[in-house]
Structure formats: C-alpha cells, structure tokens
Design a protein around this ligand. Structure first.
Ligand SMILES: C[S@@+](CC[C@H](N)C(=O)[O-])C[C@H]1O[C@@H](n2cnc3c(N)ncnc32)[C@H](O)[C@@H]1O
Length: 286
C-alpha cells in the first residue's frame, strides 16, 4: 500500500540526516504500540531501536523479514537442542531474533564484533542470561581501519564448544587471508559435526558480470594476489563488498569442512529468499 503523502516524502531523501532523525522519532513513538500487538512472535520486541538497526537494514519490516528467513534456514539444518551459538560480525545482534526460537532452556548466544559501539549497545539491550557479546580491536579496512591485524588472532571462545556458528554479511567484507584465518578459528571452536551458516556473494557460473555493469553488483576485478576474491571497483576499497568464487570456498574449507547446502540469494537477480548466498557448512569430525 502506498500513501498519498509518499511523493512528498521523496523531497527528503531517505539518506538525509533530517529524514533519518525524523524516522527515529517515529520509530521510538511507534515501537511500544507495535510491541503490544505482537501475538505469536513475541521475541521480536528484541529488535533494536532504529538507530541501532545496522547491517544494511534499518526498516523494521526488512529487519524482521531477514531474521525470519535466517531462522527458517537454521531450522532446516540444526538438530542440536539447547545449542551454543556464535555469531561472527554480530553488529548490534540482528541474529539474536533469528536464533532465539532454537535456544531452548539452556542454549546460549554469543556475538563477536570489532565495532565497540555496537557491542556496547548489544550488551545493554539483550537479556544477559541468554546472550553475551565479545569485542576485539581488529582491523577491517572498511569497518575498523585503526584496528590490529588478525593474522594470528584467536577468538576468546573455547575449542570445540560451539554447535552453530552464523556470520551474516561478514565474509562479504573479508579478504582472503582474513577469511582463511576465520575458517581456521571456526575449525577450532566448532564441535565435530557442528554447523556454520555463513553468507557470501558467490561468484560462480550463475553470475554474469555483463548483466551488472553500472550496479553495485558488478564484481569487475579480483583483489591483488587473491584470484578468487572479487570486488567492485565502484567502491574505493575491496572490503566494502567482496565476492568469492567456488574455488575460494574450497580453499577456505580445506579438508575440515563439507558444504552441505547453498541457499541462493537474490543479489544476482535470480529467485532467492535472502539477499546474499547462505552457505551451510558442517565441521567434519577430525
Ligand atoms: C554488514 S555488518 C553485518 C552485521 C550483522 N551480522 C547483521 O547482519 O546485521 C558487518 C559486521 O561485521 C563486522 N566485522 C567486520 N570485520 C570483522 C572482523 N574481522 N571480525 C568480526 N567482525 C567484523 C563489522 O563491524 C560489522 O558489524
């Protein structure tokens, strides 16, 4: 449904500060009433206020939709009751809502991110008995250019302690060495047969660069020295948006993981339920 005043709103570009300030006031006024209308998915009251809805979706409908799609993917693959869940690049915790229906009585969600403010917010917002958040000052050319290299970094997570790892829109911002390091860490922290649901822009034979010229999806070059890691020179640095070829995925998996499912995303213009491609990996027993 479109409202008569929407053409007027277009005068404020949705990206302008004034517009966004206005949107936040509306959101703050609307949420308490909307929360009262929640009837069957009551944990959606965990969705943060507009200012803290990050990760590319600030409209509450889009945010809730994404969490719902991911929840469906998790439900398709996860069989472990009361799982220990690790969310990499958790931002302000969008995946809490996706994971919540699976936590049972004794499961636990741990989010990890290099964004100090996002982690500070998440620590203050979500129930502390079910969710905890870890922060590290690591380098990412886009998100934290002053951070430290993650070359030998170990997550503060015990070995073989995690049943499910998720990373939404993280590997789409990591270059080859950082991705490889994180797969080594995944191999360390996941229990045998545990799952990892990770999103990528999979640059495979389904993707035709010629169809995307002039759009943000035009992965027109590879990162220097990383022939399976693509970026769009439309952006100034690769870490704004990175795609990986199937050969790159095989390199990351080595012989420690098996790829059990690819949920295609719609970013290539083909049918899909989520924007990015969601790859489901199983950690092989060693
Ligand atoms: C596009 S946001 C996605 C946030 C969240 N997963 C979501 O879907 O809303 C990417 C996140 O990855 C984080 N990030 C970038 N590099 C990272 C790294 N090396 N380790 C952990 N988090 C990282 C950023 O700080 C940011 O919060």
């Amino acid at each position: 449904m479109r409202f008569w005043f929407q053409p007027v709103l277009r005068f404020f570009t949705p990206r302008s500060r004034l517009w966004y300030w206005f949107y936040r006031q509306l959101d703050a006024a609307f949420r308490p009433f909307d929360d009262l209308r929640l009837q069957i998915v009551d944990f959606l009251h965990l969705i943060p206020p507009a200012r803290f809805r990050t990760g590319g979706q600030s409209a509450i409908t889009e945010y809730a939709y994404s969490a719902g799609v991911i929840a469906a993917y998790i439900g398709e693959h996860l069989a472990t009751p009361d799982p220990q869940v690790l969310d990499l690049g958790c931002g302000t915790g969008k995946m809490v809502s996706a994971v919540w229906p699976f936590l049972g009585k004794n499961g636990h969600y741990t989010g990890f991110d290099i964004d100090e403010k996002a982690i500070a917010f998440a620590r203050s917002w979500y129930p502390k008995d079910r969710c905890s958040f870890l922060h590290a000052r690591l380098y990412n050319a886009h998100y934290n250019p002053d951070g430290e290299a993650l070359a030998t970094y170990e997550w503060p997570v015990a070995a073989a302690s995690i049943d499910l790892a998720v990373a939404f829109s993280l590997f789409t911002h990591l270059n080859m060495p950082d991705s490889k390091r994180y797969f080594e860490e995944l191999a360390r922290v996941l229990k045998p047969n545990a799952l990892a649901l990770l999103t990528f822009f999979l640059v495979d034979d389904r993707y035709n660069p010629a169809e995307h010229v002039g759009t943000r999806w035009h992965f027109d070059r590879t990162i220097e020295g990383q022939p399976d890691w693509y970026w769009a020179s439309w952006f100034k640095i690769p870490e704004r948006q990175i795609g990986v070829s199937p050969a790159g995925i095989n390199y990351l998996m080595s012989d420690t993981f098996e790829l059990i499912k690819v949920h295609r995303g719609w970013w290539t213009g083909q049918p899909g339920a989520f924007l990015q491609d969601t790859l489901v990996f199983r950690r092989k027993p060693s």
